[in-house]
Write a protein that binds this ligand. Structure first.
Ligand code: TK8
Length: 334
């Protein structure tokens, strides 16, 4: 009897106190691909996410970031996630509308009027609903990071009114809503993968592109552009996507750590963007670009002209999805 007790005590000791730390975690290298460069605020976000993962996993979960489209563009990398050959990607939602048409809701022109509005919608019920749709196509969305409000840059003329778009060759993302928004303004919109934009601007295959200031800065588009207009025509999110096929093989503790740390990274990334935005604009000016703004009247004209795009794409996005985001925005704005 005594011997039995001693044995069970020893066993209990082994199972409890002497268990190795972070036993639920495996040594994993998680490849995260990005189209943008390492000095984009996503880099700060990934650093913060790694620090958080180090603490939670005892250094076992390691992010390995690839930049500048080294593992392929947004769409290609996302397909690699769906087929389970790559772990993660930070991608724009816009090129993924062929995979999940509801994502097109974020491409509607002038949908969000400020970043706070976007955060409330994306980090809340609506964002969760969209993440469920992504899970159904093999993608776990760990959170909405920020790409941000988009502005037009070009090499031909100052753009201060909608007539200035006439005939301008504007690169747009591979996305019908962006294509229509710019065609509707009179531009000659050309869909193109992000990785081709710099050289297409340099060789004048295209005149213009549109991206947030931090991207015009960190992807060096200012080197091959002459004018920028603060159009703020759309706020597009980045999605931190994980391959569902791979995620499903991870322990619940690993999954939870990834979700929590992705939120930590997201918050850091957003705040770095808020700070860098102004600095990027200064850098763009210092590089000799002419920076224009739209008068309030002109903003209103362009916005009103663009509203046809909502009706045109409502069915393809899903009428319920469009109605629900508009209702949520109306509630926030009250
Ligand atoms: C980077 C892209 C980029 C996006 C674009 O991979 O394509 O213009 O804004 O940030 O996702």
């Amino acid at each position: 009897m005594r011997k039995f007790l001693l044995t069970t005590t020893a066993l209990a000791f082994c199972a409890g106190g002497a268990a190795p730390a972070f036993a639920e975690f495996n040594d994993r290298t998680i490849r995260v691909s990005n189209g943008i460069n390492a000095d984009h605020p996503v880099g700060n976000g990934i650093e913060a996410m790694q620090k958080c993962l180090d603490e939670k996993s005892g250094g076992k979960l390691k992010l390995q970031a690839f930049w500048g489209g080294a593992l392929g563009g947004d769409l290609q990398a996302t397909q690699a996630l769906r087929s389970g050959v790559q772990e993660a990607v930070v991608t724009s939602s816009s090129p993924l509308v062929g995979i999940e048409p509801a994502l097109g809701v974020f491409d509607l022109p002038f949908l969000f009027s400020n970043a706070q509005e976007a955060y409330t919608v994306l980090d809340g019920k609506f964002g969760d609903m969209m993440s469920e749709k992504l899970a159904a196509v093999g993608l776990v969305n760990l959170g909405y990071w920020e790409n941000g409000f988009r502005n037009l840059s070009n090499s031909v003329r100052p753009v201060t009114k909608w007539e200035d778009f006439e005939g301008m060759k504007v690169r747009v993302m591979q996305n019908n809503i962006f294509l229509d928004t710019f065609q509707n303004l009179g531009a000659n919109a050309t869909p193109m993968a992000f990785g081709e934009v710099f050289s297409a601007l340099e060789t004048k295959t295209i005149d213009a592109q549109e991206n947030p200031y931090v991207t015009i800065d960190t992807s060096k588009f200012f080197e091959v552009q002459k004018y920028v207009t603060e159009t703020n025509h759309a706020y597009t999110p980045f999605l931190f996507l994980f391959s569902k096929a791979i995620f499903d093989t991870y322990a619940p503790e690993e999954q939870a750590a990834l979700r929590e740390c992705a939120s930590v990274g997201r918050d850091v990334e957003r705040s770095v963007i808020a700070d860098l935005n102004k600095k990027s604009l200064e850098k763009i000016k210092a590089a000799g670009l002419e920076v224009n703004t739209l008068s309030e009247e002109e903003q209103k004209r362009i916005r009103e002209k663009s509203m046809v795009v909502y009706e045109k794409h409502k069915e393809e996005i899903g009428a319920d999805v469009v109605d629900s985001i508009l209702a949520e925005l109306a509630a926030i704005r009250k």
